[in-house]
Design a protein around this ligand. Structure first.
Ligand code: ATP
Ligand code: MG
Length: 362
């Protein structure tokens, strides 16, 4: 039996991660003891763990001491902080965990949740294509962005996830009203925004697993539709209801270049977001040492539908963390074949669909 601790276990990503590990237990007949935390006592109940505990939020002083206490109490061998905010805090405080001997498998803290302007600058420095960007420090910068870049533009917050405060804007007036409204309602200050070239093309993602600087495996997918997009101003609600796998050498290459641009020695799971411009060029909008919400779910869906344990990314990640290897010769690229659709709907479950088969996954 292996004892592990998963934080943020009630969030969509955390639920997917534990669900994938539970499937791997069945498929390899090996038992895990999963202790889990979440700061939300209601969502915590969704976790498929053995022991569920409410934690403070990641920015509370008692968060790390609680994790250390749990590691000691439950003889935890591996600690997996799932949400990027919690992963960053653990990565920043690894020294505090040293005495416990618990293993972690995390990128360095500076590679987790970097500011979008930092990402832009790091990518541009390595000649990875990025959206034309203007940093906003005053309203004059908004006028300058429209005269330098043209229209429409995409305004967004530098920090945060889920497309935070992102909006397509057609005129300087719209952009200024957006900034001003968010300033008045205390969501952000003027300097929290950047404004970028609007990218109208396909919405792509490159998900990759790295170990000590080496690419272990990866795959590409396209988001076709976001959850509840019609009730959001931007249409971006963080995670897709419909997405499909695809295979494209160019996206693989750009995905790897983007990860290496923010971290020369990547270690852990990395997510790259790519949007196409009007001419179909791939432009990187984000690269982050975090788990995309659906990454463990894709692994779960393929492992379950095709009965192939090795496609379960959460399982391979745990193996790497514990033993330093995977249980199969995983391909560096295109772990999942093209044209599989993952369809998720609130309260309705998950379907994996291919032209000749449909699987009810959840
Ligand atoms: N310049 C742009 N033009 C058009 N759409 C954009 C642009 N930048 C980002 N988007 C859209 O917003 C989505 C979220 O942006 P991005 O991934 O860069 O940041 P994020 O806030 O960290 O989001 P998440 O946490 O969901 O990954 C992108 O997947 C894309 O659909
Ligand atoms: Mg993103």
């Amino acid at each position: 039996m292996t004892n592990i601790l998963v934080t943020g276990s009630g969030g969509i990503g955390g639920v997917n991660f534990i669900r994938a590990l539970r499937l791997s237990e069945k498929q390899q007949n090996k038992k895990l003891l999963i202790i889990s935390t979440d700061h939300n006592p209601y969502y915590l109940k969704f976790s498929g763990s053995d022991v569920k505990l409410v934690s403070p939020r990641h920015d509370d002083d008692s968060f790390v001491p609680l994790l250390i206490k749990l590691v000691e109490k439950y003889n935890i061998e591996f600690l997996h902080p799932h949400p990027s905010s919690e992963a960053r805090v653990v990565s920043e405080n690894l020294a505090s965990f040293k005495k416990t001997k618990v293993k972690t498998y995390l990128p360095k803290p500076t590679s987790i949740m970097p500011d979008k302007l930092e990402i832009h600058d790091a990518l541009a420095k390595k000649h990875v294509r990025v959206p034309k960007t203007v940093e906003i420090t005053s309203f004059e910068d908004i006028d300058r962005a429209f005269s330098e870049i043209g229209k429409p533009l995409w305004i967004r917050a530098k920090r945060g996830a889920g497309g935070r405060l992102g909006l397509k804007v057609e005129t300087p007036e719209e952009a200024k009203h957006w900034v001003e409204l968010n300033r008045l309602q205390h969501r952000a200050t003027v300097a929290d925004f950047i404004i970028q070239e609007y990218l109208p093309g396909r919405d792509l993602a490159f998900d990759s697993l790295w170990f000590k600087g080496h690419l272990v495996t990866s795959y590409c997918r396209e988001r076709l539709e976001y959850f509840l997009k019609h009730i959001s101003l931007s249409g971006i609600t963080g995670t897709p209801t419909i997405a499909r796998t695809f295979v494209d050498e160019k996206v693989n290459r750009i995905g790897v270049e983007a990860v290496k641009a923010i971290d020369s020695e990547p270690h852990g799971f990395f997510s790259t977001d790519i949007k196409e411009d009007a001419s179909g060029n791939c432009v990187v909008t984000e690269v982050d040492g975090k788990w995309h919400t659906t990454a463990p779910l894709w692994g779960y869906a393929f492992a379950k539908a095709l009965n192939k344990l090795e496609l379960n990314i959460a399982y391979q990640y745990l193996r790497l963390a514990l033993n330093g290897d995977t249980d199969a010769d995983l391909p560096n690229y295109n772990l999942f074949p093209a044209d599989y659709y993952l369809v998720r709907q609130l309260d309705a479950g998950v379907i994996l669909e291919h032209e000749d088969a449909t699987w009810r996954i959840i």
